[in-house]
Ligand binder design. Structure first.
Ligand code: SF4
Length: 332
């Protein structure tokens, strides 16, 4: 681990001023909140800031359920949100995704904002022993393209990076049309969660649209995304403390045994949380009939590209959609 100075600003404005002096991702000055991902990256020498600015005690950690929907303060922990009675009752998809994430110890510490901003688990990004990683060192190449890429993406990739976005929470929030509230030196703004993460393109080191100094302050989920029949299906290599190979977040508005509206997002397959609007459109008005669901789910494969070891994900993600829709639709 490289040495760094830890700053503990007295309020959020003071913290924002610190970070605004720096740049974008992997800048000399970085924020730290729960720290569950940042500390790993520091230990592995992947991130080498000279200054860390602590957000501890500076951000909202409330969980509010009201007529407008659900509002999650950025500092609320994964554990707190996962077991909140209102979340479990109205937005169970969020609770399911959180409980399928990480470990109890990590969930006790990790925050909502930090979860959305966690870095990829691509092994070539996490191991500085590999020289080629455009995300870690722009212009150095991508070792995953010709290397071990079983865990990498098949959607939203570029010739410069095929890293998967690792958050389960973000996949559930994408399906529920969540909005991210952002604070920064220039004031506050809100954006759809779907617009928070960038595709890698030719700048994979830039992962979000956050400007220097900006921080996530809260996440809101609209009321009309509540009370739906939902399921978060996570396929992974072991039952606990493991990232998704493929996941599907499904929330259904049912009309008897038919689907009035489907909201579906995928994890483990995209370079960002991946919504599948064509699949959703094909499922609208459909009954829970396997052949029809498989036909609709096949549309998720449009534009997908495998890189060898991860070719199987293209079929698996379709099956995950079908299974998750069947489970969600069978709920009462
Ligand atoms: Fe780096 Fe992205 Fe390639 Fe992984 S996939 S080695 S993160 S450039």
């Amino acid at each position: 681990m490289y040495p760094f100075a830890l700053e503990r600003p007295r309020d959020l404005n003071a913290a924002l001023a610190f970070r605004a002096q720096a740049g974008l991702n992997d800048a000399p000055v970085e924020y730290i909140a729960g720290g569950t991902d940042m500390v790993q990256l520091l230990q592995e020498n992947v991130r080498r800031p000279r200054q860390l600015v602590s957000l501890a005690g500076l951000l909202d950690n409330g969980i509010e359920l009201g007529p407008q929907g659900l509002r999650l303060g950025a500092a609320a922990t994964m554990a707190e949100v996962a077991v909140h009675a209102g979340v479990v009752e109205r937005f169970p998809l969020i609770s399911q995704a959180l409980l399928a994430s990480a470990s109890p110890q990590v969930r006790n510490q990790a925050t909502m904002g930090g979860n959305l901003l966690q870095r990829t688990r691509c092994p070539y990004f996490r191991d500085v022993g590999y020289a080629s990683c455009n995300k870690r060192m722009p212009g150095s190449g991508c070792a995953a393209l010709g290397g071990e890429n079983r865990w990498n993406a098949v959607l939203g990739t570029s010739e410069n990076c095929i890293a998967v976005h690792p958050s389960d929470l973000a996949v559930a929030l994408a399906a529920l049309d969540a909005v991210v509230e952002i604070g920064g030196p220039e004031g506050e703004r809100s954006i759809p969660l779907a617009d928070l993460h960038r595709l890698p393109g030719d700048t994979p080191h830039l992962e979000t649209i956050l400007e220097p100094g900006e921080v996530i302050t809260a996440i809101t989920i609209p009321a009309d995304a509540g009370g739906l029949r939902s399921h978060y299906l996570k396929v992974r290599d072991r039952a606990s403390f493991e990232f998704a190979v493929v996941s599907a977040a499904v929330a259904l508005d049912m009309d008897g045994s038919g689907i009035r509206q489907a909201r579906i997002a995928l994890g483990g397959v995209g370079t960002k949380p991946w919504r599948v609007p064509r699949v959703e459109a094909a499922m609208a008005g459909a009954v829970l009939e396997p052949a029809k669901l498989r036909e609709a789910a096949a549309l998720a494969a449009e534009g997908a590209r495998g890189y060898g070891h991860n070719d199987f994900k293209i079929e698996l993600m379709q099956r995950a959609i079908v299974r998750a829709v069947e489970i969600a639709g069978a709920r009462t």
